[in-house]
Design a protein around this ligand. Structure first.
Ligand code: PLP
Ligand code: COI
Length: 341
């Protein structure tokens, strides 16, 4: 490491700080340009950009991890590229080739290497790729130009408490429509979640749980993370729905549960009235990692899983294995880890 930065890594939360360089590429006349690293963290775009008025944009989130032997690695960046392209297709934006996406992430991490937190600090470098529609446009139609950019920020835990269980409350609001944009990582889904989130926090919860928008009987998402429950016979169960964001962490945990821990896995309906089927539950995602769910409040009753204060043993094993793979202590399945050289 040539440069150093004065950061108390173990005190980091999930908040913005400007790092040195970010990647920016522009799509114009039917193609992406080469892209470059720039110092400026401000974008200058037309006041008539579709991203500003019609929500024509999408984003991703992934992390870089420093290993014990001081290597830096990305976790499944190709999966974020594939998902970002699904989002781009859904809102009529040009796709970013997977190699270009991964290369942009590698360039950004390399250029901000000194912001990658030390092994053991519990912190990581969060990467935020995004695509936005820009250029002069007035009608509701796709933009004439697009920007693909990636910036990075060192972060600690997303939910206060990290691996300590937290409580969630079921929201009366929906985050997405049954056949809307719930499976795409587009900003509109998050704008709609700000108010329900604030309501949940005011009631003393970390965030809210959304039920399926069609019947309001099944769990969909836990704020900006997917839900999983552990049954009394040690099965990993997670909701299946076309309006859930397909979490890369969730699919990785399903693989870990089945291939590393020998557990059964099920992706299926999870009814809010049958929480008793689970002895443990958690929220999972890049930012959330695994956040154990202490309890879920529904119709003013708190359903407590393993404990409101202690992490359940299966959740702990899942967390330790995922953490071990991401930080290079446990051998990863083929293709999951990309080293930053
Ligand atoms: N659900 C929502 C709504 C999210 O924003 C995220 C975060 O990306 C997730 C789930 C978790 O997805 P992943 O594990 O790919 O980060
Ligand atoms: C992520 O986990 O990457 C997220 O997108 C969650 C949130 C910060 C939006």
């Amino acid at each position: 490491m040539s440069k150093t930065v004065d950061i108390e890594w173990s005190k980091l939360g999930f908040s913005y700080m400007k790092t040195d360089l970010r990647y920016v590429s522009t799509w114009k006349d039917g193609r992406w340009d080469e892209g470059q690293l720039v110092e400026d963290n401000k974008l200058s775009i037309s006041e008539a950009s579709t991203a500003l008025h019609y929500g024509q944009q999408c984003f991703e989130g992934l992390k870089a991890y420093r290993t014990k032997d001081n290597k830096i690695q990305l976790f499944r960046p190709d999966q974020n590229a594939i998902r970002m392209n699904n989002s781009c297709r859904r809102v009529l934006m040009p796709e970013v080739p997977v190699e270009k996406f991964v290369d942009a992430c590698l360039q950004v991490v390399k250029a901000n290497e000194h912001f990658v937190p030390p092994y053991g600090s519990g912190a990581t470098l969060y990467l935020r790729p995004f695509v936005i529609g820009v250029g002069d446009n007035l009608g509701v139609k796709p933009a004439p130009e697009f920007i693909f950019s990636v910036f990075c920020v060192p972060v600690g835990p997303y939910f206060k408490g990290g691996m300590a269980p937290v409580n969630f409350v079921v929201s009366d609001y929906d985050r997405a429509a049954p056949f809307g944009t719930g499976a795409a990582k587009v900003g509109g889904n998050y704008a709609g979640s700000l108010y329900p989130h604030e309501e949940a926090v005011k009631k003393g919860f970390q965030d809210c749980i959304y039920l399926d928008p069609q019947t309001h009987t099944k769990i969909e998402e836990v704020g900006a993370a997917n839900f999983f429950g552990i049954t009394h016979d040690d099965k990993f169960v997670t909701p299946k729905s076309p309006s859930i964001l397909p979490s890369i962490t969730k699919y990785s945990l399903m693989h870990i549960a089945s291939e590393y821990l020998g557990m059964g896995i099920e992706e299926r309906d999870v009814f809010i009235d049958y929480l008793d089927e689970f002895k443990e539950a958690g929220a999972c995602g890049t930012a959330a990692v695994i956040t154990p769910i202490g309890g879920i409040s529904y119709n003013d009753e708190l359903h407590v899983f393993h404990s409101e204060t202690e992490v359940g043993p299966v959740t702990k094993k899942l967390y330790d294995t995922l953490y071990g793979i991401q930080f290079g202590d446990i051998e990863a399945p083929e293709g999951w880890i990309v080293e930053v050289k």
